[in-house]
Write a protein that binds this ligand. Structure first.
Ligand code: 4NP
Length: 162
């Protein structure tokens, strides 16, 4: 990537923006920062609903992330909006249902990439990041594991195509 190139902009999308997509934002943001690439790659997240607008991530996501070295506490939930399509080059959904919303709402002239985040982790058995909200046990840690693998794949893609 050239120094002068416009930053690449990535938006992670889930249902509520309090579990999966803020986890993806926190993990990918740290990966980008650790490589010194913050000026080249911008990261955000949102939900397809407004159910948790303005709220911090779920305490279970915050705790799981903290255990793995990520800080999600300053993030606040927001809903997908029209401007996002004119801002983000990559809009990556955590599951098929939210990808369907992303594509249904897209303006006809959207020129970026919409897809599943786990498309960047082709060696994993999962294609979707499972919703941990109503689940028991280690669902939040599994989200982190999947997100970490896909983040590496996504960064490699951005560096190839930047
Ligand atoms: P997320 O998880 O989409 O990963 O943020 C959920 C958060 C809240 C709800 C469902 C999923 N909810 O039903 O309120």
């Amino acid at each position: 990537m050239r120094e002068s190139a416009a930053p690449q902009r990535v938006l992670f999308v889930c249902l509520g923006n309090i579990c999966r997509s803020p986890t993806a934002e926190g993990v990918f943001r740290k990966l980008v920062a650790d490589r010194g690439l913050e000026h080249r790659i911008h990261v955000d997240s949102c939900g397809t609903t407004n159910w948790h607008r303005g709220k911090p991530p779920d305490p279970r996501s915050v705790a799981a992330a903290r255990r793995c070295g990520y800080d999600l506490e300053r993030l606040r939930a927001r809903q997908l909006c029209w401007e996002d399509y004119y801002t983000f080059d990559y809009m990556l959904a955590m599951d098929e249902a939210n990808l369907e919303v992303l594509r249904r709402e897209a303006p006809l002239d959207y020129a970026g990439h919409t897809g599943l985040f786990l498309d960047f982790a082709p060696d994993l058995p999962e294609r979707e990041v499972p919703d941990p909200y109503y689940g028991e046990g280690d669902g939040f840690l599994r989200v982190l594991e999947l997100v970490e693998v896909a983040s590496e794949g996504l960064l490699a893609e951005l560096l190839r195509h930047g």
